[in-house]
Design a protein around this ligand. Structure first.
Ligand SMILES: [Zn+2]
Ligand SMILES: [Zn+2]
Length: 211
């Protein structure tokens, strides 16, 4: 599984206070795609959690690894999982409600097996060794400060790999292995909180859209 020396058996996740722990199995550049997302929704999520400077880089970027949801398992503190929708789209943004550490983004249903794991709760050096550096940046028009010239990630490649992983998980039945959804009902393990437009506007205050 190692590619160019990358790849590890697993990577440990821990929220900041240690009450929620998890494991990512088989992280490597082959099993997913790491990139930095600067989109306004990821930034709004970080502000929703509080202390966004803990979760974002200095240009408002979120370091994510998009991979099969079945590779990530919560091993401790599952009752502390919570999720929020920052728009009216059915994207669930998961976090540990003990200390508000971000964990992952998923769709609203386990059947659409998509997971973008947020790497803030992982050891950065271990991530570099296992997955390698980010493939690039996306949504840089929302980046804060002068980001200069950075490598753009290939969005078409991200979408293509995401779609093929979702189809593969659906065909193999692998979609049932998902720590964020009840395998019996397919429902999220925590009821999603949906921000009202006013709540979202409050998060965006002082962060004008750059579209
Ligand atoms: Zn915690
Ligand atoms: Zn984003």
């Amino acid at each position: 599984m190692a590619v160019l020396g990358y790849g590890m058996a697993e990577l440990d996740f821990s929220c900041a206070c240690g009450a929620v722990r998890g494991v990512l199995r088989g992280p490597s550049p082959k099993t997913g795609m790491r990139y930095i997302c600067h989109c306004d929704d990821c930034q709004a999520f970080a502000r929703f959690l509080g202390a966004p400077e803990r979760w974002l880089d200095r240009h408002g970027g979120t370091d994510v690894f998009q991979t099969a949801a079945s590779r990530f398992e919560i091993t401790l503190g599952a009752s502390r999982l919570a999720c929020v929708q920052v728009t009216d789209r059915p994207l669930l943004r998961w976090y540990a409600d003990c200390c508000r550490t971000p964990i992952a983004n998923t769709y609203g249903s386990a059947r659409r097996s998509f997971m973008s794991l947020i790497l803030a709760g992982f050891d950065p050096r271990a991530c570099d060794r296992a997955i390698g550096p980010p493939a690039g940046h996306v949504w840089t028009r929302y980046a804060t400060g002068d980001i200069g010239r950075v490598r753009q990630a290939n969005v078409a490649a991200i979408l293509w790999r995401m779609a093929s992983r979702m189809v593969g998980a659906r065909l193999s039945g692998d979609w049932r292995r998902n720590s964020f959804f009840d395998p019996a009902t397919g429902d999220p393990v925590a009821a999603p909180q949906r921000l009202t437009p006013a709540e979202r506007l409050g998060l965006d205050e002082g962060f004008p859209k750059r579209a």
